[in-house]
Design a protein around this ligand. Structure first.
Ligand code: NAD
Length: 559
């Protein structure tokens, strides 16, 4: 049975559920579908990241949320509602586990087989946990990466610099806007014309062409004039990257955000369109995987060529180096991962992609919170700079939302101020606070988030599991544990949490406890690995870290 009408998130003051907490989670679910890439298939982003197992599961989740009592908890397994348990008013309303397979079985083959049988889904990071807020969710992350590159390599600005990337999907679609916000001239290679059009319509991308020469002409002109521009080139990255290298054109910055993690449902091999790749998948999936892998190898070889010629080249979290290595590119890991290279110093301080959603649907609520932040957090340069830019450039997608890289103590402070405003009726409705799973203590991925950890703890997935348990104990409204699917199978585990500011005293306690403990554990994860920034944060913020006798002895030896 298929859906009949397009799903959009409910807006306004009328509740369908028995309370705002339940209603909030229902609107967040609807919102990920409203913002998603392929609603018919319940797919939110990253080629297979889904919001629910199937349409019957979706409808059952909606029905259950509508009737859920305050003292009950709905349990969801890989997008399918399993049961409702009587818990207590401080317990999460929803707990979920998506796509977790035990070690030896956590392979792409098992994942595809189980998915085919309808036994699990890949939830992405925020798709199945109903925390995706459209492309804005990754936009500040991408922007901060560009800014960090500008500071480190280009005297603080990407003005007059050429950035080459690929993929304009659910996440990758943030790249052109992040690029122009950072004043760069950015060329985005995207094989699907539909995706290019979608980003133009959303206001994320400025120009479209099928012609490489025309694209390069626009880029060159902008570089000369030191103006920003974003160009979508409808073409295949596996063809364009080597071609540019052969022509001796070396961009200043190179990356890629195609769905390279998934050889079967994500990456499109050279010579194919999304449609012809789909046909090949039906006929001969092994061949499609082989061709995708070979094309990725070609693209990454070109990326290494750019690196050799002096470009700043980085992996943007899509496992492209891992795939290239599997297909014979031994040096693929000479390319840095963005997290270690540019974001780790922030994560080590518990600073990460925090976000909030105006459940009323009223844009004014987000504008008012922007103003509140500019007043109350004026000392925080990262956030103030971002809020000003976002307010000007980031279009609204779905329920109005904002992302801001806040740290420990700042998240809970903001949430409490907002909760107070909800109580006083200064906002049109409650606000949901959540974050990306790619956050300090919430994600283990040895090739993305936790590559080359100082203490070698790259693959230890105790941390996201502890994060989820602590969030449950800290009264978050929704808590999720995810692992990777497709090309991420066996590579990652992550955790997510959502807390609703409905203006009540109970909400204040939840927000304070959950948000503070969430970042607190993140800081301790990095402190445990020996990061100076975290140890400093522990001292400054008075986080209760336990130092064992042997660690004390080690410190004495070092000192
Ligand atoms: P998506 O599936 O929505 O989009 C991928 C896009 O790449 C599609 O539009 C597709 O047409 C295009 N594409 C595929 N092969 C191509 C090729 N050879 N040449 C040009 N275009 C091609 O995926 P998404 O949600 O945008 O995510 C992209 C990748 O980024 C995924 O691997 C995802 O897991 C990863 N990711 C990274 C971060 C991060 O924080 N850096 C966050 C989320 C996702």
């Amino acid at each position: 049975m298929w859906m009949t009408a397009r799903i959009t998130a409910a807006r306004g003051p009328v509740l369908r559920c028995k309370g705002w907490r339940q209603e909030a989670l229902l609107r967040m679910l609807e919102n990920v579908l409203e913002n998603g890439e392929n609603q018919q298939e319940l797919i939110v982003y990253a080629s297979l990241g889904k919001a629910a197992r199937d349409w019957p599961s979706y409808r059952a989740i909606v029905e259950t949320l509508i009737h859920l009592e305050e003292e009950e908890t709905l349990v969801i397994q890989s997008g399918k509602p399993i049961g409702v348990f009587r818990t207590h008013a401080a317990a999460p309303l929803v707990v979920m586990a998506n796509c977790n397979l035990v070690g030896r079985w956590a392979t792409a083959e098992h994942f595809y087989d189980l998915q085919e049988k309808g036994l699990l889904i890949w939830g992405g990071l925020t798709a199945a946990a109903w925390q995706y807020i459209g492309s804005q969710g990754v936009i500040q992350g991408t922007y901060e990466i560009f800014q960090s590159i500008a500071r480190r390599y280009f005297d603080g600005s990407l003005q007059g610099r050429f950035v080459l990337t690929a993929g304009l999907g659910g996440m990758g679609g943030a790249q052109p806007l992040a690029g122009t916000m950072a004043n760069a001239a950015i060329l985005c290679v995207e094989v699907s014309e539909e995706r290019v059009d979608k980003r133009i319509q959303a206001g994320y991308l400025q120009k479209k062409t099928f012609d490489l020469a025309e694209a390069l002409g626009w880029i060159d002109e902008a570089v000369q004039r030191k103006e920003s521009i974003s160009v979508g080139l409808v073409a295949n990255a596996a063809e364009i990257y080597p071609l540019l290298l052969a022509k001796g054109i070396v961009p200043d910055v190179v990356t890629d955000q195609t769905s390279a993690h998934d050889l079967l449902y994500g990456y499109i091999p050279e010579g194919y369109t999304p449609e012809s790749a789909e046909q090949l998948r039906q006929r001969n999936p092994q061949l499609l995987e082989e061709l995708s892998g070979r094309s990725i190898a070609k693209e990454v070889t070109a990326m290494l060529g750019f690196l050799e010629r002096g470009a700043i080249v980085f992996d943007n979290g899509n496992n492209i180096r891992t795939q290239a290595k599997k297909f014979g590119v031994e040096e693929a890991f000479n390319i840095d991962i963005f997290t270690e290279a540019f974001l780790r110093p922030l994560f080590a301080r518990g600073i990460g992609p925090f976000r909030w959603v105006a459940l009323s649907g009223d844009r004014e609520d987000i504008a008012k919170i922007d103003e509140l932040i500019l007043q109350e957090f004026s000392h925080n340069e990262i956030v103030v700079n971002w809020i000003r830019l976002a307010n000007r450039y980031v279009p609204v997608e779905g329920l109005p939302a904002r992302i801001g890289w806040f740290g420990h103590g700042e998240r809970s402070r903001l949430a409490l101020l907002v909760n107070e405003w909800v109580r006083e009726g200064k906002l049109a409705g409650p606000v949901a606070f959540t974050r990306d799973h790619l956050d300090a203590g919430a994600m283990t991925h040895p090739n993305i988030m936790t590559e080359r950890m100082k203490d070698g703890s790259d693959a230890v997935s105790d941390w996201p599991l502890l994060n989820a348990m602590l969030n449950c104990s800290s009264m978050a409204d929704l808590v999720a544990i995810h692992s990777g699917g497709g090309g991420y199978a066996g590579y990652m585990t992550s955790a997510g949490a959502t807390v609703v500011a409905d203006g009540t005293e109970a909400a204040a306690l939840r927000l304070q406890t959950a948000l503070l403990n969430d970042t607190g554990l993140g800081i301790l994860r990095y402190a445990d690995a020996g990061y100076e920034e975290s140890l400093d944060e522990v001292k400054q913020k008075g986080i209760r870290r336990i130092v064992t006798e042997s660690e004390q002895e080690e410190n004495l030896c070092v000192n």
